[in-house]
Design a protein around this ligand. Structure first.
Ligand SMILES: [Cu+2]
Length: 68
């Protein structure tokens, strides 16, 4: 499965690394790629192993807001 999260507050390379790192730590997330210009995160994942809620939480724990 693929999804795109809209994330508010990512401004620099550090934000990109934080968000991508948090998502990649989740079991079932295969790849996560932040586009800083658009504030979008493209995620490829296995829906049997990880939920959208878990991904949102992981991003929010880094200090960013996820738009539903
Ligand atoms: Cu930053």
């Amino acid at each position: 499965m693929k999804t795109t999260l809209s994330v508010i507050g990512m401004t620099c390379g550090h934000c990109k690394m934080s968000v991508e790192g948090a998502l990649n730590e989740l079991n079932g997330v295969k790849s996560a790629e932040v586009n800083l210009a658009s504030g979008k995160v493209d995620v490829t994942y296995d829906e049997a192993e990880v939920t959208l809620d878990a991904m949102r939480l992981a991003v929010e724990e880094q200090g960013y807001d996820v738009v539903a």
